[in-house]
Design a protein around this ligand. Structure first.
Ligand code: A3P
Length: 291
């Protein structure tokens, strides 16, 4: 598919009701038939939900607080991005257990094998206003995305379900419907911001680890926004040369709830509220957009 939609790469790929980056196009079969393992941990989200934050937390929990390796290897090398070109499915297939895998695919497009092997899945969701603002800035910083529109255009695309990994509402709802499955942990960015220690405690319980209060404190401290922003192993600075436009390095941009108030116009706030009311109605899924 090669049409000039807003907020996307040079080409995108439509598949089973979602919009994907073009690198998915030649590997849908491999994705469907990828062999998962019972002891995998998957971190799944719509982009800009706080995935990176959760990745660092899950890595530290799973590795029994291996700060040494965390400080030596980039997050992307420790936790591969499943559907991305690098390191690729073949590499992930050969990784030793215990694998931690990040994906932005919606639940319905994760490998079929997941239903059988039931690996643990941590799904992170964030209120749509902050998600769209964060996503807009992300589009502005990536070389590979030739996006020249305004934030107004971008919000329209998001509401129309035309951004990459859109529609957002289906993405979060699919996960929300599975939130009571034993192998699924659904967490909101806003709750992470409100009380990260509780979230770390719950995630560790979900992953079958019991952490001391001291260990929880250590993880909370290591994953503070400013610490991660300045940590070359978590802040995507390894993308600086190849991936980011000149002068753009802030993958960890603001890290707050409510930045949309500085960026969105009333008309867009209303449009997003309308989208939420229509699409999430009756689901029980609600987001706080200020805390
Ligand atoms: P902002 O652009 O609003 O700052 P993802 O990892 O899913 O791409 O999400 C990125 C968003 O999560 C960015 O939001 C980023 O700043 C925020 N984030 C990353 N690490 C964080 C942390 N340790 N604490 C709070 N927010 C964090």
């Amino acid at each position: 598919l090669n049409e000039p939609l807003l907020g996307r790469r040079s080409s995108i790929y439509k598949y089973r009701g979602y919009i994907y980056p073009e690198f998915i196009a030649n590997k849908t079969h491999q994705i469907h038939f990828f062999k998962t393992r019972e002891d995998d941990v998957w971190i799944v989200s719509h982009p800009k939900a706080g995935t990176t934050w959760m990745e660092e937390i899950v890595y530290l929990i799973t590795s029994d607080l291996d700060f040494k390796t965390a400080g030596e290897k980039t997050l992307e090398d420790r936790i591969p991005y499943f559907e991305f070109e690098y390191p690729g499915l073949q590499h992930i297939k050969n990784m030793p257990s215990k694998r931690i895998i990040k994906s932005h695919l919606p639940m319905s497009f994760l490998p079929n094998d997941i239903k059988k092997t039931k690996p643990k899945i941590v799904y992170v969701a964030r209120n749509p206003k902050d998600t769209v603002v964060s996503y807009y800035h992300f589009h502005k910083m990536l070389k590979v995305i030739t996006y020249s529109g305004t934030i107004d255009d971008f919000v329209d695309s998001f509401i129309d379900g035309k951004c990459i990994y859109s529609p957002w509402w289906n993405h979060v709802l699919e996960a929300w419907k599975q939130k009571d499955n034993e192998n699924v942990f659904f967490v909101k960015y806003e709750d992470m911001k409100k009380d990260i220690k509780s979230v770390i405690r719950e995630v560790s319980k979900f992953l079958g680890k019991s952490l001391s209060e001291k260990e929880i404190d250590q993880i909370a401290e290591y994953t503070q926004f400013d610490k991660m922003k300045n940590n070359p192993m978590s802040n995507y600075s390894w993308w600086k040369e190849s991936g980011f436009k000149d002068g753009q390095t802030d993958f960890l941009r603001k890290g707050i709830v409510g930045d949309w108030k500085n960026e969105l116009q009333q008309v867009h706030v209303h449009a997003i509220d309308k989208m939420v009311n229509e699409k999430l109605a009756g689901s029980g899924l609600v987001f706080e957009d200020s805390i």
